[in-house]
Structures are given as structure tokens and as C-alpha cells.
Design a protein around this ligand. Structure first.
Ligand SMILES: [Zn+2]
Length: 157
């Protein structure tokens, strides 16, 4: 499993030909081309945080006052709460990461050659057309509802 703090674009071999900075720019454009989905993903990440942190924090405080602990130990409660916040943050990052990965995967797959599925990312466009270097097929990018500029890191074909 890939940790959510690692470079997300390195999960996609199609993006290996681009520098980290270029990949971050492309992913940023892909993600924010669908702001409603990104806002929903952020809300889901926040919900995941609360679902983890709230009940576990209540359980931590409750457990600290039971017979299992001889006295109310504030240090133990603080450590427990910090662990809960860490787990909640990890869950939120995993949810957010999964949503971004899904959007990037859809985008990468939408930019493949229709005949041989070769990735057309980074290729020079001729108007709305991109010539597949693998099979020679001419792909009309605009006909798929894609902006030809989304194939390149700087947004200019
Ligand atoms: Zn092809």
C-alpha cells in the first residue's frame, strides 16, 4: 500500500516521463477541473477524521476513569488523544488520496489512444489531433471532450 504522504503521481507509470513539478501541476489541474468532486472528497476526509477521532477520544477519556487505571492519569489521556488524532488524520489522508487517485486514473485512461491504449500524455498536438507514436492512429482529443492542452505539463500543446 502506498502511503498518502508519498508522491501520488509516481503511482502512475504514464507520468514517469515528467518531472515532479510538472506532475504536480497536471494533477492540480485534473483535480480542480472537477471542484464539486474535490469538495465532496474533502468533506468525506473530514467525516472520516471525526468518525475516528470523536468515538476513540470519548473511549480514551472513559477508559482512563475506569478501574483499569488506578487514578486519572492526564499524561495517559493526552497520549491517547494524540494517537487518536494521528489515526484520524491518517484516515482522512487515505480518503483524500483515494479520491485524487481515482480522478487521476480516469484522466490518464481518458488520454489513451483509442486503438492501442498507448498513453498520449506529453505528445505534441496538431490542433485537436494527436498522432499515436505506437500505432499511427490519429486521435481527436477534442471529440472526447478533452482540452488538448491537458496532455502537456504546461497546458500548452
Ligand atoms: Zn495507438
Amino acid at each position: 500500500m502506498r502511503l498518502p504522504l508519498e508522491k501520488l503521481h509516481r503511482a502512475f507509470p504514464e507520468l514517469d516521463r515528467f518531472a515532479d513539478r510538472e506532475c504536480r501541476g497536471m494533477i492540480h489541474r485534473v483535480v480542480w477541473s472537477r471542484p464539486v468532486l474535490m469538495i465532496l472528497a474533502s468533506v468525506a476526509a473530514l467525516a472520516a477524521w471525526f468518525v475516528i477521532v470523536a468515538p476513540m477520544s470519548l473511549a480514551t477519556v472513559w477508559l482512563s476513569q475506569t478501574q483499569y487505571f488506578a487514578r486519572y492519569d492526564i499524561e495517559l489521556v493526552a497520549v491517547g488523544l494524540l494517537v487518536n488524532i494521528g489515526l484520524g488524520t491518517l484516515a482522512a489522508l487515505l480518503v483524500r488520496d483515494a479520491a485524487i487517485r481515482m480522478m487521476v486514473r480516469e484522466w490518464v485512461n481518458s488520454t489513451r489512444c483509442l486503438k492501442c491504449r498507448y498513453s498520449l500524455l506529453g505528445l505534441h498536438t496538431n490542433g485537436d489531433e494527436v498522432q499515436c507514436p505506437e500505432c499511427g492512429c490519429s486521435n481527436n482529443i477534442a471529440a472526447r471532450g478533452l482540452d488538448p492542452s491537458t496532455l502537456t505539463p504546461r497546458g500548452s500543446a
